[in-house]
Design a protein around this ligand. Structure first.
Ligand SMILES: *Cc1c(COP(=O)(O)O)cnc(C)c1O
Length: 425
């Protein structure tokens, strides 16, 4: 065991990891474009974008420069009673970039906190008007983060069992899988009729952590219309689907009904620094304006609006505007579609699906048992052995790489994917 590994074992507690049985982590000492280099010099393709955040590739000179320049100006400053140019620039640019009429940006630190803020906004929106509404509607299989509010609106039972008794009440609708959509809509109508729904939160078009599960835009639109009619606030969690991932800058740009509140994070800074934003419309914001200080949104974090993160996020927006970035996103999406056709012909893989630069498929398992867990580890190790770092969700393999990944690198990843089927016989 290398020195780093033994020290890691001695001192570090990793996320989502059973430390007793997990294999040794990869010690990554360098990251450039789509390639991670381990301590032993071996290279790995970062095909899940370092937990879905690294959209442009690692080590981008433009982001580095923005970070350095900002450090020379303001490294960090309190964000209550003070402000700074990069937070203002980022807010203005995002309000203009998003479709519809978003006009106010609230800053936090990551995806989970962006969701917490959205939920608090929704509850307090109703509270401030003296018409409290206490229920939230979410979809089964949802993942919105790991803080208590975010866990409350996420899929129950898998990871959160020790905490479940502390969660607030949430009405879960079945995931609309194409066979049950009419029933889901009917159930939504019943909930909306109660008049008690403060908000409806949803990952638009794709549920990420549930295994890149995709569902029909028409069903989402219909759900939004049902809840909007009951005046519930519509919250889109675009933390995973934002930043070009689904083929548009934001999933909502696929001609969808627009939300009242949108949460973004992950690729916001190009995957370089943590930052979360909850973006909303003037009508929501106005419900917090009052002579009464207690009607304000009394929420904040020490690092709220961190100038370094804001500067890098602005530079990331610049990168998105380059013809190179636009061409790369199209190119990767095309490659994903091509490979999806090849996968569809293989009897070993089912539920092959693509949206933008997300490709996912499921390894056929006979029984939904603990076998799941072992096949997941087998797939993970198989890819590692081929120099590909991915993180399957159960028997779901998916790629959502940085857009700079080359065609050759993608072909290498695809070959490793096909090879798994051959190895398993
Ligand atoms: C990752 C994710 C979150 C949580 O974001 P963190 O930055 O990990 O707290 C919330 N919602 C969705 C859809 C996500 O993919």
């Amino acid at each position: 065991m290398s020195n780093w590994l033994s020290k890691d074992k001695q001192y570090v507690w990793h996320p989502f990891t059973q430390m007793k049985t997990a294999p040794e982590p990869l010690v990554v000492v360098k990251a450039k474009d789509a390639v991670l280099t381990a301590e032993d010099g071996k290279e790995y393709l970062d095909v899940n974008s370092s937990w879905w955040v690294n959209v442009h590739g690692h080590g981008r000179a433009e982001l580095r420069q923005a970070l350095a320049d900002q450090f020379d100006q303001v490294d960090h400053v309190i964000f209550a009673g003070a402000t700074h140019p990069k937070a203002i620039e980022l807010s203005e640019r995002l309000c203009k970039l998003l479709p519809g009429n978003f006009s106010k940006v609230f800053f936090s630190d990551d995806g989970s906190t962006a969701v917490e803020v959205a939920l608090k906004m929704a509850f307090q929106f109703w509270h401030n008007q003296g018409k409290p509404r206490k229920r939230i509607v979410a979809l089964e299989g949802a993942y919105h983060g790991d803080t208590f509010g975010a866990m409350s609106v996420g899929q129950r039972g898998y990871f959160n069992e020790p905490f479940e008794s502390f969660f607030f009440d949430v009405d879960f609708l079945p995931f609309p899988d194409g066979t049950n959509d009419a029933t889901v809509l009917a159930q939504a109508q019943v909930l909306a009729n109660s008049g008690e729904i403060a908000g409806f939160i949803v990952e638009p078009l794709v549920q990420g952590s549930a295994g890149m599960r995709m569902y029909a835009p028409d069903t989402l639109d219909e759900l939004v219309r049902i809840f909007r009619k009951s005046e519930a606030l519509i919250i889109y969690d675009e933390i995973m689907t934002g930043w070009g991932r689904t083929g548009k800058m934001f999933a909502m740009e696929h001609g969808l009904e627009l939300p009242d509140i949108v949460c973004v994070s992950k690729g916001l800074t190009g995957g370089v620094l943590p930052l979360g934003l909850t973006i909303t419309k003037e009508t929501i914001y106005e419900a917090f304006l009052s002579e009464d200080k207690l009607k304000a949104l009394l929420h904040g974090h020490s690092y709220t609006g961190n100038p370094l993160a804001c500067a890098v996020a602005c530079a990331s927006l610049d990168l998105f505007e380059t013809p190179e970035s636009q061409a790369n996103r199209l190119r990767v999406a095309t490659k994903m579609n091509e490979f999806a056709r090849r996968l569809t012909e293989s009897p070993k893989w089912t539920q092959v699906r693509v949206l933008g630069t997300i490709l996912a498929a499921e390894w056929k398992v006979d029984e939904e048992s603990s076998y799941f867990a072992s096949v997941r580890d087998q797939i993970y190790q198989h890819f590692l052995g081929h120099g590909v770092l991915c993180r399957p969700l159960g028997n779901v393999v998916f790629f959502n790489p940085p857009y700079c990944i080359t065609d050759d690198q993608l072909e290498h990843c695809f070959a490793a994917w096909m090879r798994f089927g051959e190895v398993q016989g």
